[in-house]
Each structure stands twice: as structure tokens, then as C-alpha cells.
Design a protein around this ligand. Structure first.
Ligand SMILES: [Fe+2]
Length: 136
């Protein structure tokens, strides 16, 4: 059983978005697995950087869709993206500097981070975007 199980409650019903969210979840699971296997700093750092980079990509997909379809909740959502990205980049930086070791606390934080993004913010745009084309 994965550490962070994909749950139908996390589904937006928008395939492109769900696929990307599953990928975010999978980064958290990879990090958990690597931590259990006591992988070194480079392996863990690589996964954290992968998560940060994929987050940039995912947020860009959402923001392009907001712009393409004129979503009026965009300003608040984009602001929330910036704050979320800053938090994950901070983890990546602290880890690279040796100021942070990956613990279950870090992982729980990331689960909450991904979960909050999907459940609180993304669910708001679902009624507006669900029938519109979304480009990656
Ligand atoms: Fe999202």
C-alpha cells in the first residue's frame, strides 16, 4: 500500500488535471519509499527537485487554462499557487543546504500540501473548467 493513496475524493473529473495530480502524489510516495530505504541526500534531493519542477509545470497548465477560458477566480488561485510553490521550493533549498532531513513530518506536510491544493483550491474551478479543453 502506498504511503499516500490516491482517493476518489481527490478526483476533479478532469482527466488532464487528475493525471497531473496523480503524478504529484506519486512524487510524495517516491520520497517516502526513498526515505524508508535510507537513500542518500542526492536521491532524496532529486525527488524533491522533481516535485518542485513538476509543480511549476502543473500550475502552469492550470494557469494557462484560466487565461484561455477567462476564469474569474484566477487572481486568487494564482496567488495561492505562488505561496504553495514557495513552500516546496523552500524545502528543496533547505534540503540542498543540509538544513533539512526528510522525516515523516516532511512527508505529512507534503501530503497536506498536495491535498490542500486539490481539495480547497482546484475544486473551485471544476464547475467552470470541466467541459472546456485544457492544454498541457
Ligand atoms: Fe492542481
Amino acid at each position: 500500500m502506498a504511503f499516500f493513496d490516491w482517493d476518489d475524493k481527490l478526483s476533479t473529473g478532469i482527466p488532464v488535471i487528475d493525471e497531473q495530480h496523480m503524478k504529484l502524489v506519486s512524487f510524495v510516495n517516491q520520497l517516502h519509499e526513498a526515505m524508508l530505504q535510507r537513500k542518500g541526500k542526492e536521491v532524496l534531493g532529486g525527488i524533491i527537485d522533481g516535485l518542485a519542477k513538476y509543480t511549476v509545470y502543473h500550475f502552469a497548465t492550470e494557469e494557462k487554462a484560466f487565461a484561455a477560458h477567462g476564469y474569474d477566480g484566477a487572481p486568487g488561485h494564482v496567488k495561492a499557487h505562488k505561496a504553495l510553490l514557495q513552500r516546496v521550493e523552500e524545502i528543496a533549498l533547505k534540503h540542498a543546504r543540509g538544513e533539512l532531513t526528510v522525516t515523516s513530518e516532511t512527508l505529512n506536510f507534503l501530503i497536506d500540501w498536495v491535498g490542500t491544493h486539490i481539495m480547497k483550491e482546484d475544486k473551485l474551478y471544476v464547475p467552470f473548467l470541466k467541459d472546456k479543453p485544457i492544454e498541457e
